[in-house]
Design a protein around this ligand. Structure first.
Ligand code: SF4
Length: 179
């Protein structure tokens, strides 16, 4: 049984006010997302927590079905230069890891975080799971687990658009699965 009130108090303690509960069964998992990873993403095969170093799309769908609740955290950011987003991502993901740990310790043993964007805990990713420098902290993104973020957050009224330039504000989402 998920203690939503207690968890929301924890989220606020960590400075998060922009979050939305979602039934994990409403998290859309699709093969097209994995195709976009495999063809067109320069991080494919180059980071330890991205495809192909992740379960299959069908396994991901089964994984989400093991949970009864999930929280989507919304982050909005505009960066001056494309490379600036990595430092921002590192800082956001580190803070989210601290939250995941506290949720776990509060009695939610299945707590599992999906990072807002590629891991970025290290300035240079080691590239393979075997060489990962922080395997205890590395987490996949929703997209790495086949989540169609567009189709998942739109019905919740959350902003999400394809951007044509980095000077447009980004809307990014991290997911926290709890049971
Ligand atoms: S912790 Fe470092 S080495 Fe491991 S996936 Fe993240 S960035 Fe790569």
């Amino acid at each position: 049984m998920v203690d939503r009130q207690g968890l929301e108090a924890l989220f606020r303690k960590h400075g998060y006010a922009d979050f939305t509960w979602v039934d994990p069964k409403d998290i859309v998992v699709a093969h097209w997302v994995r195709m976009k990873c495999r063809f067109g993403c320069d991080e494919y095969g180059r980071t330890a927590s991205c495809p192909p170093n992740v379960p299959s799309v069908d396994e991901c769908r089964l994984f989400f079905n093991e949970y009864s609740a999930a929280v989507i955290f919304h982050f909005e950011k505009r960066v001056d230069a494309p490379e600036d987003r990595h430092a921002w991502t590192r800082s956001v993901n580190r803070k989210l890891l601290a939250l995941e740990r506290e949720v776990f310790i509060s009695g939610h043993e299945r707590a599992f975080l999906l990072f807002m964007d590629s891991c970025c805990l290290c300035p240079e990713c080691a590239g393979t799971k075997a060489e990962c420098r922080h395997p205890e902290g590395a987490r996949p993104t929703p997209e790495a687990l086949g989540v169609d973020v567009f189709s998942t957050v739109r019905p919740l009224g959350l902003p999400v658009e394809v951007l044509s330039d980095y000077d447009q504000p980004m809307n990014r989402y991290a997911f926290l699965l709890v049971e």
